[in-house]
Design a protein around this ligand. Structure first.
Ligand code: NDP
Ligand code: MG
Length: 389
């Protein structure tokens, strides 16, 4: 560790959140020292980022790319490793600040490895929190780790929430843009292509979360995420469509005051908040021009076209293994949609079908969460075979 510099590890450094995080960090080389960067298969992106930041270690999860990574980093002095276990080892190197930005429940083991070091772990990667929220929170408490939310809505709530007086919070209002299909008919949605689903009107994000935004499963996962992170009963967390994505979420207090966080729709804003917290740091983006924004609109989500919202709320209120089943089924169905094996509306239909048929007992340990997750994936694969037969 270099005196005075905050040590940083980025899990999923080549993705949308990972590169936004690197952008902020590379502007302040005097403030941050990179311990480890990880990716799945993007050797060029990982090697370039590792060289630019003089990272201590670069790790590629998909081991078949290890040779290419070694070649790309030859002579750099940067340690190189490959495989899922090596990603966990990188997460366990004891950085002061770790960005968890792997996509999907694959990020769960690395998140746990980081939490067990007791530093600050910033959660963009929401799926582990949905599937194993209780386990992660208990581990954070046990190891004295600080969890900070990078997801823009949860970061907004974190900034507005009075943790000393949670009983004075009447409601949390999660805002969502409604995604690219907010004005589409069901018939048009069923024919939607992966290209149309990932073309988000306000945010630039990885493919999986972009599809989740289009089905609004993203808002459903965020509902569960909010219930894990903030001491407010699930029935007092509401979802409102706000198509401009300027207000990132709202905390409503018993006296009628509503506190909201506003900002441009750029993930560097919430990420910068977590990088500097409890301080603040400047970001390169221009100030938000409210006059140019002009108006802020709000509307209720449509439960018929976006059934994922109801599925997620039911999974949260049923608790136990339900959120993990929901998440696993959704991950598999989204991957199948992106591979053009199923239609867009089939995603939620398949998740509903798996939830109907697979109802395992509540998992108490990490191993049990993984067992539920992999069993739910098997059920989902079967459900898709029936659908596509
Ligand atoms: P991306 O798909 O853009 O990036 C995913 C990252 O994870 C990449 O670095 C990728 O490596 C790596 N990765 C993928 N699969 C594996 C694997 N099996 N093992 C190890 N690493 C893997 O995703 P996003 O950045 O969009 O999202 C990351 C997480 O943050 C998600 O959980 C998402 O829901 C959440 N989030 C994202 C937001 C956004 O604006 N993008 C906003 C709020 C939350 P490679 O490049 O080599 O494939
Ligand atoms: Mg979000």
């Amino acid at each position: 560790m270099t005196a005075g510099r905050k040590t940083v590890t980025i899990l999923g450094a080549t993705g949308s959140v990972g590169t936004s995080t690197l952008d902020l960090i590379e502007r302040q080389p005097e403030a941050f020292e990179i311990i480890a960067l990880t990716a799945n298969s993007d050797v060029a992106g990982l090697a370039s980022a590792a060289r630019r930041t003089r990272a201590r270690r670069a790790v590629i999860a998909d081991e078949q790319h290890l040779g290419a990574l070694r070649a790309a980093l030859a002579g750099s002095g940067i340690e190189v490793a490959g495989g899922a276990q090596a990603v966990c080892e990188a997460a366990a190197m004891g950085a002061d600040w770790t960005m968890a930005a792997i996509v999907g429940c694959t990020g769960l083991s690395p998140v746990m490895a980081a939490v067990e070091q007791g530093g600050t772990v910033v959660l963009a990667n929401k799926e582990p929190l949905v599937s194993a929220g209780e386990v992660i929170l208990a581990a954070a408490q046990r190891h004295g780790a600080t969890l900070l939310p990078a997801d823009s809505e949860h970061n907004a709530i974190f900034q507005c929430f009075d943790f000393d007086r949670p009983e004075r919070v009447r409601r949390i209002i999660l805002t969502g843009s409604g995604g690219p299909f907010r004005d589409w008919s069901r018939a048009a949605m069923q024919a939607a292509s992966p290209e149309q689903a990932v073309a988000h009107p306000n945010w630039s994000m990885g493919a999986k979360i972009s599809v989740d935004s289009a089905t609004m499963m993203n808002k459903g996962l965020e509902l569960i995420e909010a219930a894990r992170l903030f001491p407010v009963p699930a029935e007092r967390i509401e979802i409102v469509i706000h198509r401009q994505s300027i207000i990132h979420s709202i905390v409503d207090y018993v006296d009628g005051s509503m506190l909201a966080q506003l900002g441009i729709s750029d993930m560097r804003v919430p990420i910068a908040h977590t990088l500097a917290w409890p301080d603040r740091q400047a970001t390169p983006m221009p100030p938000l021009d409210l006059v140019a924004v002009g108006r802020l609109d709000f509307e209720a989500p449509d439960p018929d076209r976006f059934p994922a919202l109801h599925l997620a709320r039911a999974a949260l209120s049923d608790g136990g293994a339900r959120p993990a089943v929901l998440n696993a089924a959704n991950e598999v169905a989204v991957a199948a949609f992106l591979a053009r094996r199923i239609g867009f509306l089939d995603i939620a239909a398949i998740v509903a079908d798996v939830l109907d048929r697979f109802d395992p007992p509540p998992p108490a340990t990490l191993e049990e969460v993984f067992a539920v997750d992999s069993e739910a994936r098997r059920w989902t694969a079967q459900a898709m075979e029936v659908l596509t037969a």
